[in-house]
Design a binder for this molecule. Structure first.
Ligand code: CP3
Length: 343
């Protein structure tokens, strides 16, 4: 297992070639994903290990990426805590009964994932079996702050009015919510590691909307709490924030092995600042995959030149877009595999 390119790169060990995968690679840009999705709604797919394993493996077969990320969503772990979740067609995730008061926090409980989230363990086992050692299997969750934005806003936030109002008026009760979510995230990630995840990524997608000061106060301590609580012998931890370039100094203090950059961040500068202590992941603009083959190769080369040969995992700067042609995704992966060879 320690031989996988991605795992070695994550620990800044020498690699023959830069590894590559794509956030949201198991998704709608693949016709074979849409075929499964026609027969089952999104949450049913997440909760049916056979379907989850099937779509997890699709990008490996279709575009030959260097890692499989198991199919699920960052939000599914909030359900067994006591938060009903719905995904209406075309309207994104909704929590009809959001957390807005101290009493609401009391009704949430930290559960054993082997009870409430056993479908995840089963899906991970199926994935490992079918990958059969070709590439590593990645686990993931949301980081506590991003999960809290969903629990409090009840949907994808725009200005994050509810959670920020709470933070500026009554930070101590909000901290109680973050601690509870961090406890659940920790046991959930350890459960994923016990059941076969070989690296784990924390998505703190919406922490990018915080000032550096507020990130240090209300998000970073809970991410650190999670990372400190992981049983991660040989399992690298990847930390991603969308629009998080202004948090990198703090992110670098939280114990993660890999800092995942979005496309707004200058890779060469990040490499200079954090390359001696961290592997960097990223960071092509997902829209670059709309480009011609020549342009995609040019963009890949640009990122490779900035990132260097050691301690880089190639990825997009955010999730794969649903209308990217499969052939362009193949062209992207092929470009990294050809241009990212280190003699
Ligand atoms: O990366 C992968 O391929 C693994 C699966 C995965 C999904 N979501 C599947 C999914 C992962 C790692 C996620 C993470 C996720 N989910 C994040 C963090 C990463 C990011 O994008 O910033 C967030 C914020 C969510 C919450 C979420 N899930 C939203 C806002 C939506 C609706 C928006 C949309 O893209 O449709 C989802 C749905 C979702 N999660 C889909 C997939 C494939 C689309 C579901 C469908 O088929 O209709």
């Amino acid at each position: 297992m320690a031989d996988h390119l991605l795992i070695r790169a994550a620990f800044r060990q020498p690699v023959e070639r830069t590894p590559v995968w794509m956030m949201r690679q198991a998704g709608r840009f693949l016709p074979e994903y849409r075929a499964v999705r026609e027969k089952a709604d999104f949450l049913t797919m997440c909760k049916t290990p056979e379907l989850a394993a099937e779509v997890s493996l699709q990008p490996l077969e279709a575009v030959d990426v260097d890692a499989v990320i198991f199919f699920s969503d960052i939000l599914t772990m909030l359900e067994p805590m006591g938060l009903e979740l719905t995904f209406g067609e075309g309207e994104g995730p909704r929590f009809p009964d959001p957390i807005r008061t101290s009493a609401d926090i009391d009704r949430l409980s930290v559960v054993d994932p082997a009870d409430g989230l056993a479908f995840v363990g089963d899906a991970l086992h199926l994935c490992r079996e079918r990958i059969a050692g070709r590439v590593p299997l990645l686990g993931f969750t949301g980081a506590p702050y991003t999960l809290a934005t969903y629990a409090v806003e009840g949907c994808t936030g725009k200005n994050f009015n509810h959670i920020k109002r709470w933070y500026y008026r009554e930070p101590e009760t909000l901290r109680r919510l973050l601690e509870k979510i961090a406890d659940q995230v920790t046991v959930y990630l350890n459960y994923q590691i016990e059941n076969g995840a070989q690296a784990v990524q924390l998505f703190d997608t919406w922490a990018g909307a915080l000032s550096p000061e507020d990130y240090r106060e209300i998000a970073a301590p809970y991410t650190r709490q999670v990372i400190d609580g992981l049983h991660r012998d040989g399992v690298p931890v990847i930390l991603y924030i969308n629009g998080g370039g202004h948090h990198l100094d703090t992110m670098a203090t939280l114990g993660a092995d890999v800092l995942s950059l979005d496309w707004r961040t200058d890779m060469a500068e990040a490499k200079r600042k954090y390359g001696a202590t961290h592997c960097l992941q990223g960071n092509l603009d997902p829209c670059a995959l709309y480009g011609t083959e020549a342009r995609i190769r040019q963009e890949v080369q640009r990122v490779l030149d900035a990132a260097g040969k050691v301690g880089h995992i190639f990825n997009l700067g955010h999730g794969m877009l649903p209308d990217i042609p499969v052939e362009n995704a193949r062209c992207f992966v092929r470009a990294v595999k050809e241009l990212g060879v280190h003699g």
